[in-house]
Design a protein around this ligand. Sequence first.
Ligand code: NAD
Length: 340
Amino acid sequence: MNNQKTHAVTLIPGDGIGPEVTGAVIRILEATGLKFAWERYAAGAEAFEKFKTYIPNDLYESVERTRVALKGPVTTPVGGGFASINVTLRKKFDLYANFRPIKNLPGIKTNYPGVDLIIIRENTEGLYVGLEQEIVPGVATALKVVTEKGSTRIARFAFDYARKHGRKKIHCIHKANIMKLTDGLILRCTRKIAEEYPEVAYGEHIVDNTCMQLVTNPYQYDMLLLENLYGDIVSDLCSAFVGGLGLVPGANLGEHAAIFEAVHGSAPDIAGKDIANPTALLQSAILMLRHLDEDQAADRVHAALEKVYTEQKTLTRDVGGNASTNAFADAVIAALEIAG
Ligand code: NAD
């Protein structure tokens, strides 16, 4: 393993539990024997304190260079303050596809065993374009922006993924009964792309009905394709099928860069206590390894993670154990060494 490539990766540890979960994940990744050159940057309130900017220019330059980042959660003020770091990064690097696989881990008891869902969320358009204004005091508006280009490329991404990975069915989730022009455009673009992939079944469901259908019977779905806001909400709902936000991974993918991050937030209620679960970020890091063409290492880490969950001896509190973040990481590393 001595002559192997060093992967340059931009690292944004984030705040709250971010530094704890990223620290654990880095230890596990380095235990695979792969070489990484981590380019570490602060973002959000921490960056502002030091550099008077929420996203330092050096961070942007690093992502432009490495084209891949691993990111912990960053606290975003509610109802004021600075714009979400995530939304800003997604816009800046045009990371138009948010990819969230939802699959059970062994040993985690949920009401929904055997779930295997892929959620593809459009990441750059819709109500998240950030065009809000207060027209007069007491009246505020937000602009929902949908483009043919944006709707077509995310549909293409979803169907290409289905073709490449042998997935059977895609449902486009919408509210075109009410949002006739915006969601109507999404449906028209998606139907056009669907015609080019006859081997992938295509369906359409209205988003409110979808929430009810998901909770009743998630197994009827294989892949969900959603615009930005519906995707944000529905993907968190789906994380509950497999044990919640502490477990599921996420990736933000574009043509020129990719940012891998956990779906959960900075969890200020448990920050600094060494009890956060690093599984979500670790699963995101496994996606990152695959993106870096390190499938063998990804398989090894995944097998080690599954072993620790199967044994149930060293799990964090959110999943019914009493191990610390670091003890959990040690257990995954030990399982990795045995597996490797
Ligand atoms: P949260 O995900 O931080 O916490 C929700 C609940 O889940 C809390 O009880 C928390 O303790 C628990 N939890 C979350 N992650 C966990 C983990 N890894 N291990 C164990 N328990 C975990 O959601 P929130 O409280 O709504 O948000 C807190 C802050 O995070 C807000 O400022 C929000 O804007 C920000 N946020 C950031 C991101 C991101 O950077 N990707 C995503 C979502 C929220």
